[in-house]
Design a protein around this ligand. Structure first.
Ligand code: SF4
Ligand code: SF4
Length: 142
């Protein structure tokens, strides 16, 4: 859940206000936006991913952090490098290595493909003998 907008980092661009799918933030004339509806936060991390100043911290908790939690303490979070951490993991921002170049999912896909070649599993993308889920729309040609 969104917890902190860093006073010292925020540049008042209001990108977070625009990207939040549940309208959690409220723009403020001449100042930083505020977290106006924290309980509407879906913990989607989109604000943190898009903040160009690494000024946001979305905590991993599904609900608000308890009073006095370090997860609400700007000084602590900054000392731990937590602001904009999700954006860094994604590799978004100038000078960062894109997360897509670090994605190792292809190893799993490759392993499945090889297993399919030697008959250990069904065709890649098939259900391997399991019933298809309700509402499944078959691929064209399958
Ligand atoms: S996106 Fe970041 S820098 Fe821009 S207003 Fe929101 S918190 Fe501030
Ligand atoms: S984590 Fe998602 S839902 Fe929560 S404030 Fe950020 S953008 Fe909005």
């Amino acid at each position: 859940m969104i917890e902190v907008i860093s006073d010292s980092r925020c540049i008042d661009c209001n990108i977070c206000v625009e990207v939040c799918p549940t309208d959690v933030f409220e723009a403020v004339d001449g100042g930083h936006p505020v977290i106006a509806r924290q309980s509407d936060c879906q913990t989607c991390f989109m604000c943190e991913a898009n903040c160009p100043a690494d000024a946001l911290f979305v905590s991993p908790l599904a609900g608000p952090a308890p009073a006095g939690s370090p997860l609400t303490d700007e000084t602590f979070l900054a000392s731990q490098g937590r602001f904009g951490e999700y954006r860094r993991w994604l590799g978004w921002g100038y000078g960062r290595r894109p997360g897509s170049l670090q994605d190792r999912n292809y190893v799993f896909v490759e392993r499945i493909r090889r297993a399919a070649e030697v008959g250990e599993v069904g065709e890649v993308g098939e259900t391997n003998g399991q019933p298809r889920p309700p509402g499944h729309v078959p691929h064209p040609g399958s």
